[in-house]
Ligand binder design. Structure first.
Ligand SMILES: Nc1ncnc2c1ncn2[C@@H]1O[C@H](COP(=O)(O)OP(=O)(O)O)[C@@H](O)[C@H]1O
Ligand SMILES: O=P(O)(O)OC[C@H]1O[C@](O)(COP(=O)(O)O)[C@@H](O)[C@@H]1O
Length: 299
């Protein structure tokens, strides 16, 4: 079973406006809502690809109830911790030619709620996969992901982490099976700006030296680079299409990559990840199976 953990689920409120002027009253011409947060997005795309997963994390208030119901309506199993105070965040994604995002802070997660999550993690068995994805509320300690991996140590569990800064750095000592920074986040870890493939590969190798087994670096319209656990560097370009949405492209790539590994090797996984990332980028919402299959044939 694949478990996804979203510490800070969100309602993604997407508004489309012709022109966005800071400091003025702007009006949108279309709005949509999606139930998101990185782990949930991964579960959604895994479902499209025919893989079952269980969505874990924290939900609160009326927004949390809507997220839980929306995820379940897609046929995804959930086992969220229900917080008694606050509300799950609403992340605003403004599309006006370019995209501007305003992601919320999210509810306070107390020690008892974290303990409840850890009890749920005890259900994981050898052979399971866990995906830890996205930010954690700033009220939580930045070693939270690290503590989860420490808790799971000793079991044969495939650990996958998509996070930034210290949240990611701190888990490397636990030899995560896969990490997926984008090239901007990779540079940020070392306070550098990365441009060429050779620079990206060199810094991906540093993360491997620090403990990561596989490093998948997504590079938006420039494709993706995978440094696999044997030290082999794979590079994949992108699918061609009309860009409509970048929210969730990385999560879709991660889901496609994990689904690809179920039946194929790293090259197959990178291709399926690229097709899934592309399918999300070329749709208004997350990738759908038919579009993923269509793009995959062209890679
Ligand atoms: N403009 C684009 N054209 C085609 N594919 C894209 C584009 N943007 C993203 N993708 C696909 O989605 C993947 C993940 O995108 P990226 O933006 O790097 O992730 P993140 O959302 O984590 O920053 C890319 O590696 C690529 O395969
Ligand atoms: O575009 P990405 O990186 O794949 O992730 C998109 C998801 O991440 C979010 O932007 C939240 O990100 P954070 O958890 O890092 O704040 C969600 O609103 C959205 O569903």
């Amino acid at each position: 079973m694949i478990y996804t953990v979203t510490f800070n689920p969100a309602i993604d409120y997407v508004v489309h406006t012709d022109a966005m002027q800071v400091g003025m009253v702007n009006r949108s011409h279309t709005e949509e809502i999606y139930y998101g947060g990185k782990g949930i997005n991964v579960s959604m795309v895994l479902k499209e690809l025919g893989l079952e997963s269980r969505a874990l994390g924290f939900v609160a208030g009326f927004t949390g109830a809507a997220i839980e119901k929306g995820v379940q309506a897609k046929g995804i199993a959930t086992d969220f911790v229900h917080l008694q105070e606050g509300f799950s965040r609403i992340n605003v994604k403004i599309k006006s030619g370019e995209e501007t995002e305003l992601n919320g802070q999210g509810p306070v997660i107390g020690a008892e709620a974290v303990a409840e999550l850890f009890r749920k993690l005890d259900k994981l068995r050898d052979g399971d996969t866990i995906v830890l994805a996205g930010s954690i509320p700033s009220t939580m300690p930045s070693d939270t992901y690290e503590k989860i991996l420490a808790h799971l140590k000793g079991k044969q569990i495939r650990t996958v982490v998509d996070a930034t800064k210290d949240l990611l750095k701190n888990v490397l000592q636990y030899q995560p099976f896969l990490i997926k920074p984008n090239h901007y986040e990779l540079g940020e870890l070392f306070e550098v700006t990365l441009h060429s493939h050779s620079e990206i590969e060199a810094y991906a190798r540093k993360l491997q030296e620090m403990g990561a087994r596989n490093v998948l670096v997504s590079m938006a319209e420039q494709g993706a680079l995978l440094l696999d656990e044997a030290g082999i560097c794979h590079i994949c370009g992108v699918c061609q299409g009309t860009v409509k949405n970048s929210v969730g492209a990385g999560d879709s790539m991660l889901a496609g990559f994990l689904a690809g590994l179920e039946t194929g090797d790293y090259t197959d996984a990178l291709k399926l990840g690229t097709a899934a990332g592309g399918a999300t980028t070329f749709s208004e919402s997350l990738a759908e199976r038919a579009e993923i299959d269509r793009l995959l044939l062209r890679l």
